[in-house]
Design a binder for this molecule. Structure first.
Ligand SMILES: [Ca+2]
Length: 136
């Protein structure tokens, strides 16, 4: 399997999270901006530094759901270069798997807009695990 088709399949898998037999769609795909827009309690990280995913490839969605944890991110390890947070959403990103190493907290306090943060410098291509919460 070539790299391109691998990315396409992986993206399709993460876009729809199956939990207890119920398919949960993460966010809303915008074919114009090439972004997966996260809802409240959701975050989307991208391989690209401008938070876009041409051909709907190279992103990973995270959802605040009971029983769902991201102790590792599989094929997306050490790739994140940008992240978007849905309204009233908080994340803590980790340098290593299993919530290890350095951490970075990012919050979106807005109730009606998505927050975009470039993960530049030391944090570029570093994310290996993440926690996501819905804020009150
Ligand atoms: Ca990257």
């Amino acid at each position: 399997m070539n790299l391109r088709s691998h990315y396409a399949i992986a993206s399709a898998l993460v876009a729809t999270l199956t939990l207890a037999g119920v398919a949960v769609q993460a966010g809303t795909w915008d074919s114009y901006t090439k972004k997966l827009n996260p809802s409240k309690g959701e975050a989307v990280a991208y391989d690209r530094s401008d938070c876009t995913a041409p051909n709907a490839e190279g992103y990973f969605a995270f959802i605040d759901k009971p029983g769902v944890t991201y102790t590792s991110v599989g094929w997306f390890n050490d790739k994140a270069s940008c992240i978007t947070l849905g309204p009233k959403t908080r994340v803590r990103i980790y340098q290593h798997t299993n919530f290890g190493g350095s951490t970075w907290n990012i919050e979106n306090n807005e109730t009606d807009s998505i927050k975009q943060v470039a993960m530049s410098g030391w944090w570029n291509d570093t994310l290996s695990s993440i926690k996501v919460w819905t804020m009150p």
